[in-house]
Design a protein around this ligand. Structure first.
Ligand SMILES: C[C@H](O)[C@H](O)[C@H]1CNC2=NC(N)=NC(=O)C2=N1
Length: 115
């Protein structure tokens, strides 16, 4: 298999099991991930939470931890870092919405923050 076809095959394997959550599924799951809300920029649902820090370096260190988690899972958030806070958004680009994977990643992100 060529490198390109191999990459496409891997990509399909990773994402064919994922499905976009319905609005009903999102509403029922959201109370189980404290602090997260759904935002819909340009009509695409995302899980969103702001994490508070006492300084800039704490916020950056958290971003690095989340980045390592993301690399392991091959699923990547949007993070906006500034003094005292990190805004994290999880959604599935491929599906143009929120999937089960995003809920798992949001939960893992909160667990990192709480640890
Ligand atoms: C090729 C690679 O596996 C894909 O582009 C992955 C990378 N990380 C990703 N992260 C997120 N959040 N959504 C995706 O659809 C996605 N796709």
């Amino acid at each position: 298999m060529s490198g390109c076809r191999g990459a496409i095959f891997f990509h399909l394997l990773m994402y064919c099991g994922m499905k976009k959550c319905t609005d009903e599924e999102i509403v029922s799951r959201l109370p189980h991930i404290a602090g997260w809300e759904v935002v819909r920029p340009e009509g695409v649902g995302r899980l969103f939470r702001v994490f508070a820090f006492d300084d800039f370096s704490g916020a950056v260190a958290f971003c690095v931890q989340v980045a390592m988690l993301a690399e392991k899972a091959d699923h990547h958030p949007m993070m906006v870092v500034e003094w005292g806070s990190v805004q994290v958004s999880w959604w599935s680009h491929e599906l143009k919405g929120v999937s089960e994977k995003d809920f798992e990643m949001a939960e893992a992100t909160s667990a990192l923050y709480d640890s």
